[in-house]
Write a protein that binds this ligand. Sequence first.
Ligand code: FAD
Length: 600
Amino acid sequence: MRSYNARVFSAGPKVLSEKDLSVVPDPCPPVCVWLKRDLRVDDHAALAEAVARARGGAVFAVFVYEPEVLAQPEWDSSHTAFQAECLADLEAALRRKSIRLVTRRGEAVSCLEHLRNETGFRLLVAHEETGTGVTYARDRRVRRWARTAGIELLEVPHTGVVRRLATRNGWNRLWEKRMTAACAIVPRSTGRGGSDVVERLGSLGILGCRELGLPADTKDRQRGGERAAGEVLEDFLNVRGRHYSGGISSPVSAATSCSRLSPALAFGAISMRRVWQASEARRLDVQAALATAESPREKAEGKAWLRSLKGVQSRLHWHCHFMQKLEDEPAIEFENMLRAADGLREREVVPERLAAWQSGHTGYPLVDACMRSLLATGWLTFRMRALLVSFASYSLWLHWRPTGLHLARHFLDFEPGIHWSQLQMQSGTTGINTLRIYNPTKQAIDQDPRGIFIRRWVPELAGLPPAYVHMPWTMPLDVQQASGCIIGRDYPAPLVDHIVAVREAKRRLAMVRNAPESRAEARDVAHRHGSRKDRRGAMQQDPVRRTLFGDGSDSAGRSKRRPGPPVRDPQQLLDPQQLLPFLTEDLAAEVAQGPQSENS
Ligand SMILES: Cc1cc2nc3c(=O)[nH]c(=O)nc-3n(C[C@H](O)[C@H](O)[C@H](O)COP(=O)(O)OP(=O)(O)OC[C@H]3O[C@@H](n4cnc5c(N)ncnc54)[C@H](O)[C@@H]3O)c2cc1C
């Protein structure tokens, strides 16, 4: 503070009199930026706003390790490790902007109150977080504290999610406006007011799992940090993204065909706007190149890139579309969106079924491979996430809350708004979506016909002949012995009969969904959360839309769309049709139709 005074006093040409001194404003206190899930400097509206509003005061950033957040059942050591990598990058980047990063541990209000007492900050800037019940309640406490303490709390948007949205009408336009606005540039902070105090602030540094008393992170996961996020984006837009369209459903190709930006987006190591703008710039480049392309090969390449870029852009839109649901109705983290579905599964969670599903021992090879791969890496492609939930919710009749908590813990990219909306959607409790029930054996045959992914993650099945890897329970005993896998000893028999279980699940759900009061309630849900037409009057690619407005579904919710193209993965040389002689009649008929499209 003293240094600021000195600057003020020496700045003017004239010597200040006693009278002048009485009107010199108070030294500007520092401004505090509270970081949460926005661990970057690029396109960081809160930091930019803080520097702009500092008026000569220093700017510092605080990150609080909150015991209540770390104790949430959704939290995993992999999240802490990823977060630490983001914070390490961020600390260095902030230093270049002359902004100090301070970390504290404790309850948020009490940490902020201490910092306020130490620095005298009067302006606190943060982003609008759409988080879990715990962080939602915490944010409300912070707001109350700020009001009573006379602190100006400025919360700024950082995705396409709109706070206090009155209606979903027009939301798409608001989203587009946010995505096309200029990215926020954080200038170097030149304010000196309070900088000596800020320099002296105690900080815990960046804490890892050990310091926070958490088990070690054992996942073979993606790296955190703004730099890593930028590299992933570059690589995707210039190399890997070519196979996005057609390559994202199969677990064999998805790990490299998908963008893999989700953990960076969830921790805010990259902004949604930056990703959208980079993808749009690339799309325009491709489009321009396509206009002048001459050879059929160049044209085919250009078209493939365009399909992929449009595909990923529509998903970036979904990201915020789903988060908006939780923002508008925080209860959907805990309660069925369609309250008429209350009581359907709540009392029927069978612990043995849950445990088998959680550890990847259900007896259905692709389900088990997906779960085991998730536990090891922290990531799965959309289709396989949906398969896991469909199997848990319909085949095992488990409630979405405990299964969702398990997945949240193991998804490195856990994003509450997307996660809980998807959990409900894939469990049939929204009332507005077509029931999407995946047959785990058909999915295995469509998406991993040679059993590459299955053999990798379920080593018990590695030695099975191709005809049995998707249905090991059909192996004759001599084949079991020859391949070193006895069903019931080395690998479980199916936990349930999927076909029988799903028939019963459909019956129970139909009773709820077809009741007149459920239909009325579903209309309310659609009004609150359903997507709307876009500016041009066309429907945007949105999973909710299909059911709401009928494009792609008949009145009974059955898909009218033709099956999508088969997965074009060079490793998948075995034609699923070759398996037909080994399948039951029902399954053979389904497999013969080909895979479902990537959007379903
Ligand atoms: C049951 C279930 C739970 C899910 N939980 C999460 C979650 O906690 N966090 C999360 O980020 N995604 C979640 N998803 C959506 C999707 O599976 C992931 O976003 C995607 O697999 C992440 O990989 P990617 O970044 O390579 O995706 P890409 O396909 O490359 O997509 C790019 C980005 O678009 C967004 N996106 C992609 N698909 C969807 C979708 N269906 N809905 C909303 N946004 C989407 C994500 O931000 C993603 O990073 C869930 C899906 C299901 C079925």
